[in-house]
Ligand binder design. Structure first.
Ligand SMILES: [Zn+2]
Length: 119
């Protein structure tokens, strides 16, 4: 059966195929698989450990969904071979993203102490 279900992230209504009587959770999960918004793509991303990536992005960017989206776009660009390495800076933190030899995402983060002193 065809249903119209909202993406759990952006709320966009998406047509999904599901067995009759499928519940709301199942329909939303299917909508998420088909939606192209940043957070849906984040959920769809193929990584060795999706939960770890989610945990990482959740901790690093808990106040800023747009930062998670940019990280997703960066990882996709690496996986498409558009870039070999991407560096993102936010405040005092620098994230360097690349792929390891097996094609899995690697993120190195560095925290810079501000050592400037003014007299
Ligand atoms: Zn969406």
């Amino acid at each position: 059966m065809q249903y119209e279900a909202p993406c759990p992230h952006c709320g966009q209504l998406i047509f999904v195929d599901a067995p009759e009587g499928a519940d709301e959770v199942e329909l939303q999960r299917k909508a998420q698989e088909l939606c192209s918004c940043g957070m849906a793509r984040f959920e769809q991303m193929k990584v060795r450990n999706g939960n770890k990536l989610k945990e990482f992005a959740g901790n690093e960017f808990k106040d800023a969904e747009e930062c998670k989206v940019i990280m997703v776009e960066s990882i996709l660009a690496l996986q498409n071979n558009s870039f070999d390495r991407i560096t993102l800076k936010r405040g005092r933190k620098t994230y360097t993203l690349d792929l390891d030899k097996d094609g899995f995402v690697r993120v190195k983060s560095k925290y810079a102490e501000n050592t400037e002193t003014k007299f």
